[in-house]
Ligand binder design. Structure first.
Ligand code: ZN
Length: 75
């Protein structure tokens, strides 16, 4: 079974599908877990979908402060 292949998230970095670590272009394997390989140059760049990230951790607890006052004065 071949190692899983990462995906390009920018033109100079790719993301490991196993641990989610972002590796630089010159990395042939994931620097963190070493379990995935760099995608080929033919692979299209697929930036991380913001909705994907936002979707995580939401819907936990009903009383999240959605309407926060825009005052960031501290102290
Ligand atoms: Zn990894």
């Amino acid at each position: 079974m071949p190692d899983p292949t990462g995906r390009w998230i920018t033109e100079s970095s790719w993301q490991c599908p196993v641990c989610g670590n972002v590796n630089s272009y010159d990395r042939e394997r994931c620097a963190n877990c070493d379990a995935s390989v760099r995608p080929s140059n033919e692979e299209p760049i697929r930036p991380v979908d913001p909705l994907d990230v936002v979707g995580r951790g939401k819907r936990r607890g009903d009383d999240d402060d959605a309407e926060k006052p825009s005052s960031s004065a501290t102290g």
